[in-house]
Design a protein. Structure first.
Length: 138
């Protein structure tokens, strides 16, 4: 991936930069970060998670035991969660193949917190992109 301003921003979500020393002061604050355009285009990513958000068919079991496939667009799900939608697809909020649960949304901002087994994510929606920071409990 070519170095660009968005890549620098993604790196600064994952690691804390000290402008006085012009070096990273704390590494791996988050387990991953990603910036996606509203159209689903990956602008930049850093760390272990976030660079693989996709659209796919997810098997969903109905109450009668039958299984059907539902479409999951992970970037669209993150954008919808930022607007306060806790279930933007029939399969819920999914990113990187993992299911997340909606925790909260900032009152007057398009920012939300999500949780999952072993960690979670924070998503922020801008006019043209969504910024996602992933974290692990450890």
């Amino acid at each position: 991936m070519a170095e660009n301003a968005w890549q620098t921003y993604a790196d600064q979500v994952v690691n804390r930069f000290d402008y006085d020393t012009n070096d990273w002061s704390i590494m791996n604050v988050c387990s991953g970060a990603a910036l996606y355009g509203h159209d689903g285009t990956l602008w930049a990513s850093a760390g272990e998670e976030g660079s693989n958000l996709t659209t796919y068919q997810h098997p969903l079991e109905d109450l009668d035991g039958s299984v059907r496939n539902v479409e999951v667009n992970e970037v669209a799900a993150a954008l919808a969660a930022c607007d306060g939608n806790g279930k933007p697809t029939e399969a819920g909020i999914r990113m990187g193949g993992s299911k997340f649960m909606f925790v909260s949304k900032e009152a007057d901002q398009a920012i939300c917190q999500l949780t999952r087994s072993g960690g979670g994510a924070c998503c922020g929606k801008t006019a043209t992109a969504v910024v996602i920071g992933f974290f692990k409990k450890e």
